[in-house]
Design a protein around this ligand. Structure first.
Ligand code: NI
Length: 138
């Protein structure tokens, strides 16, 4: 772990009380670790706005596999983008619904484009992309 630099933070008492409430709720044991995570979160969010930035992401899809042609279409689209789709997890939720989690790795622009394409497929009931960092630079 690199050497830590201490610095002072000025904050109004109300905001500080809310910060303390938040970090207790989330289970942090120190303000410093909570603050470090907030900074990292902002950096990841900012980085993901850059189209060329390499990101990792998870896309969660929920769909009814009885919808005609849907499973095949989703499968075809995933094969079209096999370079960016690292892994998939498929769960049969019940007799109708499937939940699929795709792990994506690539440029932010590519990952977003692939996710948008899959989410927009007719019959996909819900889709959610979560972008995160590849871990470098954090
Ligand atoms: Ni299924």
């Amino acid at each position: 772990m690199p050497e830590l630099v201490r610095f002072g933070v000025s904050m109004g008492p109300e905001l500080l009380a809310q910060f303390d409430w938040l970090i207790r709720k989330k289970g942090y044991t120190s303000r410093s670790e909570a603050l470090r995570d907030l900074v990292r979160s902002s950096l990841v969010e900012e980085e993901a706005q850059e189209e060329a930035a390499m990101v990792a992401g998870t896309l969660t899809l929920v769909y009814d596999h009885h919808t005609s042609g849907l499973s095949d279409l989703l499968n075809d689209l995933q094969h079209d983008h096999h370079q960016s789709i690292v892994s998939t997890l498929h769960v049969h939720l019940d007799a109708h619904y499937c939940l699929e989690v795709l792990v994506l790795h690539g440029s932010a622009a590519d990952v977003r484009r692939i996710a948008d394409r899959l989410i927009a497929v007719k019959g996909v009931r819900h889709g959610k992309l979560t972008l995160t960092s590849t871990g470098k630079g954090l």
